[in-house]
Design a protein around this ligand. Structure first.
Ligand SMILES: Cc1cc2nc3c(=O)[nH]c(=O)nc-3n(C[C@H](O)[C@H](O)[C@H](O)COP(=O)(O)OP(=O)(O)OC[C@H]3O[C@@H](n4cnc5c(N)ncnc54)[C@H](O)[C@@H]3O)c2cc1C
Length: 451
């Protein structure tokens, strides 16, 4: 008789949960996914509006997002989503848009607004990265704890100067972390620079929703199944309560991976957590995000453009992504889509403002970059996400290090409860997928992978 395969329950069908489930299935486990909503994708969902694919996250990824791109390939979506559609990076300097070549440090040094003498100091960056070495390993964020002692703002000003900070260092990470350079840990920037270097950004050719739908279609996912409580009892027994519609069921899997946000993980796993874990999860602070998708009657440019706004110039916008339509793409041919992303400061300060006010302010800021933009607007769709991104401020990597230490101890004692999600790795799609790989490897090690 063949031995039954260990049963793993994954809570949450966001990218971290789906990638964990795919990886564990590939390794031969029997995996069941439980998702509270009626669809997969979590924060990285897409929706269709007037033939346009819209998402709060946006389709801009990088060649350096190796784990995400490999997963797209593994689920069989390379032909639909890849190769990335090249994007021109621009910097809004006053009323003008300057092209930024970001192939290497020489190109960065040519970025308008960066003072030449400060640009020269960028030569120190590769040396610093080499010196920090494995402390910046992408899959092991806890190793960054010893460097997690100063903010990106302090670090940038000290090593390179304020013009490099405001025109290059800060825009590189604040858009996808929504923090202020003076709060964010320098480790966030250093880790991303080490893993992504000067990799080029580009647009996914179809929506992220397609990725989660396709990944989920190959898995056993139960939707509208909200996990209410996970309890690890004696002899490693885990009970697991699911509320789905009016039904309530109890399961007893061999291991559970909680791939929700940190506050939700704390709520449902509370009976099984030790104090240090509870404190760690409670400490993760999420930032709100506001973005506005604008359907345009005409594409403004023949090629996609990613326009960044230098920090400290008072615009509510962090960036604008302009995507001209193509046949069979995310945006109908002959049309254009602008994704306006508000700064973290604007999002936090105006989150509760009336929708019309937000739309008006963001469109007015867009028109300052693109005079006449308002006349091309077909529709707008505002996304306000209260818990958009986990903060990676100074201290976050030290907190991850202590969380990981406790996880190792409890695994050693036989507890089979695991956590995955962007808040444990990096606040990004790539971070969610990387945390999934990590947790799947831990489960396979503890339960001896059947594959
Ligand atoms: C506005 C915005 C902009 C962003 N921009 C970028 C960007 O430009 N680049 C980038 O790389 N990343 C970006 N991100 C971040 C990226 O979307 C996230 O890092 C990633 O999607 C997180 O995935 P996750 O699986 O960790 O979490 P989630 O997507 O939050 O998934 C958690 C899942 O768990 C489910 N769940 C929760 N509680 C329960 C329960 N009790 N029972 C069952 N299921 C439950 C939820 O419904 C959800 O599906 C952005 C995010 C937002 C919101």
């Amino acid at each position: 008789m063949t031995k039954p395969r260990p049963a793993i329950a994954v809570v949450g069908a966001g990218l971290a949960g789906l990638a964990t489930a795919c990886e564990l299935t590939r390794r031969g486990f029997d995996v069941a996914v439980f998702e509270r909503e009626a669809h997969p994708g979590g924060r990285a969902r897409s929706e269709k509006v007037e033939g346009f694919t819209l998402e709060a996250v946006g389709p801009l990824v990088s060649d350096g997002d190796r784990r995400l791109l490999a997963w797209i390939d593994a689920v069989g979506l390379s032909d639909e989503m890849l190769p990335l559609r090249p994007v021109l990076t621009k910097l809004a300097v006053g009323e003008k848009l300057a092209t930024v070549e970001s192939d290497g440090l020489i190109d960065i040094a040519r970025t308008p607004g960066i003072r030449p003498l400060q640009a020269l100091r960028l030569i120190r960056l590769p040396r610093l990265i080499a010196r920090y070495g494995d402390r910046l390993a992408y899959d092991a964020p806890e190793r960054g704890a010893s460097l997690d002692d100063r903010s990106l703002g302090d670090f940038g000003r000290l090593y390179f100067g304020s013009s490099v900070l405001s025109h290059w260092l800060a825009p590189r990470v604040t858009e996808t972390s929504l923090g202020r350079a003076d709060d964010l840990s320098r480790v966030l920037f250093l880790r991303r620079f080490r893993s992504h270097g000067s990799a080029r950004s580009g647009l996914l050719r179809s929506g992220l929703g397609e990725l989660s739908e396709k990944a989920a279609s190959g898995l056993a996912v139960t939707y509208r199944a909200e996990i209410e409580r996970i309890e690890c009892g004696a002899a490693g027994r885990i009970t697991f309560d699911v509320k789905g519609g009016t039904r309530s069921q109890s399961f007893s899997p061999d291991a559970v991976v909680v791939a929700t946000s940190a506050p939700e993980a704390m709520r449902i796993a509370a009976p099984s957590l030790v104090t240090a874990e509870r404190e760690s999860l409670a400490d993760v602070r999420y930032r709100p995000a506001i973005s506005l998708a604008v359907g345009l009657r005409r594409p403004f440019h023949p090629h996609p453009q990613h326009i960044q706004l230098p920090h400290g110039e008072g615009s509510p916008l962090e960036s604008v992504l302009l995507e001209p339509g193509v046949t069979g793409g995310r945006v109908p041919d002959g049309r254009g889509l602008a994704l306006l992303r508000a700064t973290g400061a604007f999002s936090a300060a105006t989150f509760d403002a009336p929708e019309e006010t937000l739309v008006k302010e963001l469109l007015a800021a867009f028109a300052r970059i693109h005079p006449g933009a308002e006349s091309a607007v077909m529709f707008t769709k505002l996304h306000c996400v209260a818990r958009a991104l986990p903060g990676f401020d100074v201290g976050r990597y030290r907190a991850i290090a202590s969380f990981e230490r406790v996880q190792r101890e409890l695994r050693g004692e036989g507890r089979r409860l695991y956590f995955a999600g962007d808040y444990l790795m990096d606040p990004s799609l790539e971070g969610a997928v990387a945390s999934a790989h990590r947790v799947a490897a831990a489960v396979a090690e503890d339960l001896s992978s059947p594959a």
